[in-house]
Design a protein around this ligand. Structure first.
Ligand SMILES: [Mn+2]
Length: 366
């Protein structure tokens, strides 16, 4: 028996709202789901487990029609679906009355429910959300009956307000595989037993790393699982080192080359670090056009050469200001910031970027 485990597709979400590429992202989540279905056919999986949050919100009938159509294209795959906290079964949800294709089984009960698939020698335990939260530890004390059937638990959650889980209890609960949803980044929760599939396509900037689905193969009640990466784009966090010789143009080139190296299709959050020319304050918004850039955070510090400045301005305001931080210089982040901001104000009172540090200093000595 071969299965595919997916979760958190979040159809209907609109990632990167407000950015120029946002409109395409919503469609890409659908495209990722369609590729999962195509893979399920190609890999001839017997079972497709969907561990909640297939939709980002209550689905529309039109959207269920599209999903159901894709399910109907599965040649030999049974689909088992639960609702998560985002697409929970509120009374008006079309989920509750929808007529699915015959290869689709929904476990829409609010309590743990068991279904049997004798042709696959398989039992699946699962439950759905009827509210946004399930704070009760519903798995406490649950134990699957022992028999020759392969036992799968299909569940969405794992944090305090969404079905809190206990590893020891899950280990003792008698399941052969636990298909989890809720966390968007794929991760093994219990080795060889419980896995978060993650979202097939990343849904928000925090969904860094690889994305795809879990493929499982069951032989004589032993399960072998592997992760199949399939995302079209990634969210990446990158650090760009700024040096004293950088200026607006060279920094733009540095950021653009990071984007070119790691893929122009990806979305980036960039952090600038290092010591910059004190007269060059990066205008972070300028660099958003270097690629699909969500944010640029400036953590650079001005490269003040305290020893040189102290000697040069000895007995003067700037010299006395530096000396006020003591022999060893500033201690701690707050003092450091106070020193840098103070020196910037004293050395560059106009706040104008300077190409060559030192020239202004000569002219503006007090
Ligand atoms: Mn969720």
């Amino acid at each position: 028996m071969r299965f595919m485990h997916i979760a958190d597709v979040h159809l209907g979400a609109a990632p990167d709202h407000g950015y120029p590429w946002a409109k395409a992202r919503g469609k890409e989540l659908w495209e990722g789901f369609r590729r999962c279905i195509a893979d399920a056919n190609e890999k001839k999986v017997d079972l497709l487990l969907i561990a909640g949050d297939l939709f980002d919100r209550r689905p529309e009938i039109k959207e269920l029609n599209e999903v159901n159509y894709l399910f109907s294209t599965l040649e030999k795959t049974v689909v088992v679906l639960i609702a998560g906290n985002r697409d929970y079964l509120e009374p008006s949800s079309p989920y509750l009355t929808y007529q699915w294709n015959e290869n689709v089984i929904t476990i829409f009960s609010g309590q743990l429910e068991r279904i049997r698939l004798p042709e696959l020698k398989l039992e699946i335990y699962g439950m759905s959300y009827h509210h946004r939260e399930i704070p009760e530890p519903v798995m406490a004390g649950v134990c699957a009956k022992k028999d020759e059937y392969f036992k799968i638990l299909l569940l969405h959650g794992g944090d305090a307000s969404h079905i809190p889980l206990n590893k020891d209890e899950l280990l003792d609960a008698g399941f052969d595989y636990i298909a989890l949803g809720h966390l968007h980044n794929p991760q093994v929760y219990i080795r060889n037993l419980a896995v978060y599939a993650g979202a097939p396509e990343p849904v928000c900037a925090e969904d860094t790393g690889e994305h795809g689905y879990v493929l499982g193969e069951v032989q004589r009640k032993k399960v072998h699982i592997s992760f199949v990466e399939m995302e079209g784009r990634r969210y990446l966090e990158k650090t760009v080192e700024v040096t004293e010789s950088d200026n607006p143009y060279s920094l733009q080139e540095k950021i653009s080359s990071v984007v070119a190296r790691d893929g122009a299709q990806n979305m980036y959050r960039i952090t600038l670090t290092g010591e910059r020319d004190p007269g060059f304050v990066p205008q972070v918004r300028e660099y958003l056009k270097c690629g699909r850039i969500l944010s640029v955070t400036d953590q650079t510090v001005p490269a003040f050469h305290l020893d040189v400045l102290r000697k040069k301005y000895e007995g003067k305001l700037i010299g006395r200001f530096i000396e006020s931080f003591g022999e060893g210089g500033p201690t701690g982040v707050t003092e450091e910031k106070a020193l840098y901001y103070g020196l910037e104000a004293l050395l560059y009172p106009g706040g104008q970027p300077e190409k060559k540090p030192g020239r202004r200093e000569k002219n503006s000595g007090d």
